[in-house]
Write a protein that binds this ligand. Structure first.
Ligand code: BGC
Length: 749
């Protein structure tokens, strides 16, 4: 596998986009791709480190910048903005997770300087990042290198002009081996300890400067014309809720220095080799699709947290979009990839929800409900983090009122759904009996208290926002009601299972005190929950939706810009929807519908969906593929696969669209490869796009590591570990034993 992405255009206006797409991360540290030689507002993201913020409850902090280097030659800056740029190239290699930079500049006084660097955020050593760089000049002179830990970076607030610095600097210190900054978030919860050391060949004099901007190492080197000089900046970032890990930070720097770049890089490379051994997917016949898919997976994997303190956020460790909050994006769009490819990591991400179950219980109570209600947006403590309003200007004249935190309740069922899907993929009884079950039961309790009884309709759910956020305060949103019903039935089934199995299962039931009577009530509600009416086979998205003003659009278009002003201003009064809603329910709960019904709904809603949310196209693409709408399915797949590379939504600078990245994998998996879990069997119904000759992929199914090669008329399957797996394709069922390979053939659809 060799994939690198090269960028040759330097324009400060698009640096923010490069910043996101060239981000390197290891699930703990995220370092954006802005070039190290120029200043930027972006520092470092550290997964799970949040602080209180006006309007956004808690936001991920913009921690000190560590990757920056200022270089001067005879006093003139080696930078891109002030000198003549002769050559510029950035290269992101996703195979070994490195970012290379090549720059040549001619300074005002005519010196030509070549600069070359490679950076890594170490895969295995979670606290370590390294920047190695080389400099060559076409004349003798004095090279000055300024290598700071910049403790003056801050978060842009609701307006970019308002910056909020989320930490206090507690200590700046130098030692023989490097420099150190100890900072603490304003709420006192997190200590971040950063050490760095700039290493050069020979014995070069080093000075250290401390000031309000941070702490800086400065090297002055006499360099000779035509000779290349190499430097390595080692960086260690430790975050903890403990108080003082300064010694550990210095010790890790020393360790890194002793091992040296080559050994550390080798380790990093091996780490990524192992990652790709599992995650690699080959698409024979479509390099473009494969490239976009791998780029998406790379960024998704880089965001995979190192522990269960936080889960995947909407924009990854790549930026501050959505303030580093966790949404349904994680469970519904991103996690299925991890369930199949990195199941042990998925467990940790689901544990983030379990660990925050008490906060979800409080949230339910606060809103007058029972059980556990997960917040629509969640940060490090699991409390509701959605801003109720966002000011539009500095004097507070205009505000946007945001109702999603109060009304977008489907997330609670989405999390229960994901817990069940994880169990279907893994059979992880330990997780399910001790933790997953509790989530499913407590969320069912929430729904049982959330519904109201209506004499005509049965159980109804009033005043919600469905996935389509254009319509607020609606009653009986199809997606919400159906998912709530699913959640209730799931809870009843798992309650029965727990009774049957005893042990940890029953312990959990006892711990939260569910009894037969409560379960009977859940089943009664599930049976009588109102599902919006169907007209000509089409489900009404919510009560009254069909009475709204009709407006249809080109299904191949994206966003609201194509709409007339008048329509844009009145979206809530029209039938236009922001993203898959009825179709999202049909994609998640496919087994509840026949294809004919799905088709009717798809045909109706696809021309009324703006896809203004990046979560829309994945669901539509999967369903389009089931329906044989190959062109549309493929078009959405490609758009999703290049969403950030091509800045399709115009907001790539705010971070990577992780839900879409997970969606790209799901389009391939559930759509084109047609892989479904049916009980204990994996069913494969290939529907590859015409030009795809085959797809090769690996993933875990109930402990068995499967290697599949899928063609439209053939499925080759092998189990490559010591487990067995039941698979089915072209109406043939087989039990695959460890090491066994079979080929199933049939007619292409
Ligand atoms: C979408 C939500 C999504 C959120 C975060 C919104 O624009 O409508 O479905 O969860 O963005 O990605």
């Amino acid at each position: 596998m060799k994939y690198s992405f090269k960028f040759k255009e330097y324009d400060p206006k698009i640096e923010g986009i490069y910043g996101t797409i060239l981000t390197l991360g290891n699930g703990h540290i995220g370092i954006r791709g802005e070039i190290e030689l120029e200043p930027t507002i972006y520092g470092t993201t550290i997964a799970g480190v949040y602080d209180y913020a006006p309007y956004f409850y808690r936001e991920i902090i913009n921690a000190p910048r560590v990757i920056g280097i200022q270089a001067l030659f005879n006093g003139e800056p080696i930078c891109l903005s002030g000198q003549k740029l002769l050559n510029y190239e950035r290269e992101l290699d996703i195979e070994d997770a490195t970012l290379k930079t090549f720059v040549s500049v001619k300074t005002q006084s005519g010196a030509k300087i070549d600069y070359e660097s490679i950076r890594i955020v170490h895969g295995k050593r979670k606290n370590l990042a390294i920047l190695k760089f080389k400099i060559k000049a076409d004349r003798d002179g004095l090279l000055t290198l300024i290598s700071p830990i910049e403790t003056d970076v801050a978060n842009p607030s609701y307006r970019n002009e308002i910056m909020i610095k989320h930490y206090n600097v507690e200590e700046l210190e130098e030692s023989k081996k490097g420099i150190y900054a100890g900072v603490r978030t304003l709420d006192g919860k997190y200590k971040i300890e950063i050490a760095s050391s700039l290493v050069s060949e020979g014995n070069i004099k080093r000075t250290v400067v401390k000031n309000t901007k941070g702490i800086t190492e400065i090297l002055n080197v006499k360099i000779e014309k035509g000779k290349t000089y190499e430097f390595i900046k080692y960086i260690v970032i430790i975050s903890s809720e403990d108080s003082n890990l300064k010694d550990k930070a210095f010790q890790e720097i020393e360790e890194a220095r002793a091992l040296g770049f080559d050994k550390l890089y080798k380790e990093h490379k091996e780490y990524w080799e192992k990652i790709w051994e599992k995650a690699n997917i080959e698409i024979d016949g479509d390099d473009q699709a494969e490239k976009g898919l791998k780029f998406s997976l790379f960024h998704l994997i880089q965001s995979m947290p190192k522990d269960s303190k936080i889960s995947l956020t909407a924009r990854g460790i790549h930026g501050f979009g959505y303030r580093g909050h966790v949404f349904w994006d994680t469970e519904i769009y991103a996690l299925p990839f991890f369930m199949a490819v990195f199941p042990e990591k998925t467990r940790e991400m689901l544990m983030y929800r379990y660990n925050n179950l008490d906060a979800a219980r409080e949230n339910a109570k606060l809103n007058g409900y029972k059980g556990a209600q997960f917040p629509w947006e969640s940060a490090d403590d699991g409390y509701e983090a959605t801003p109720p309003l966002i000011p539009l200007d500095m004097i507070g004249k205009g505000v946007v009122r945001i109702y999603t935190g109060e009304e977008e309740h489907h997330i609670t069922a989405d999390i229960a759904y994901a817990v069940e899907l994880y169990y279907k993929f893994t059979n992880d009884d330990d997780f399910m009996s001790k933790y997953g079950l509790e989530i499913i039961l407590e969320t069912a309790r929430f729904w049982a208290s959330r519904v109201e009884y209506d004499k005509e309709k049965g159980y109804v759910i009033k005043k919600v926002i469905g996935p389509d956020e254009y319509h607020e305060h609606v009653n009986n949103n199809f997606f919400t009601n159906l998912m709530a019903k699913y959640n209730l039935i799931l809870a009843a089934e798992y309650y029965r299972k727990a009774k049957e199995l005893g042990g940890d299962w029953l312990e959990t039931v006892k711990r939260i005190g569910v009894n037969e009577e409560e379960v009977m009530k859940w089943l009664e509600i599930a049976e009588k929950i109102y599902i919006p009416r169907q007209v000509n086979g089409v489900f009404e998205q919510f009560d009254g939706y069909f009475d709204l003003m009709d407006y249809t659009i080109d299904p191949y278009g994206i966003g609201e810009n194509r709409l007339p002003e008048e329509v844009k201003r009145n979206l809530g009064k029209t039938k236009l929807i922001k993203q898959a809603d009825v179709i999202a329910a049909q994609y998640l709960l496919k087994e509840q519908f026949d294809l004919e019904t799905i088709k009717k709904n798809f045909d109706y809603y696809v021309v009324r969906t703006t896809h203004a949310s990046s979560l829309s196209m994945p669901a539509y693409s999967i369903v389009a593929s089931w329906l044989g709408y190959e062109d549309l399915a493929y078009d959405y797949f490609i758009k999703c696969a290049f969403i950030d590379l091509h800045n399709i939504y115009g907001n790539t600078q705010d971070g990577f669209h992780l839900a879409t990245a997970g969606g790209v994998w799901q389009i391939l998996f559930r759509g084109f490869c047609g892989i479904e879990i049916k009980g204990d069997t994996l069913k494969i119904t290939p529907r590859l796009p015409q030009k795809w000759r085959s797809v090769k992929l690996k993933f875990f199914f109930k402990g068995a590591l499967l290697s599949l090669e899928i063609k439209n008329d053939e499925v080759k399957a092998k189990v490559i570990n010591d487990k067995s797996a039941k698979i089915s394709a072209f109406s043939k069922d087989v039990l695959l034993k460890p090491g066994e390979e079979i080929i199933l053939r049939g007619e292409a659809r």
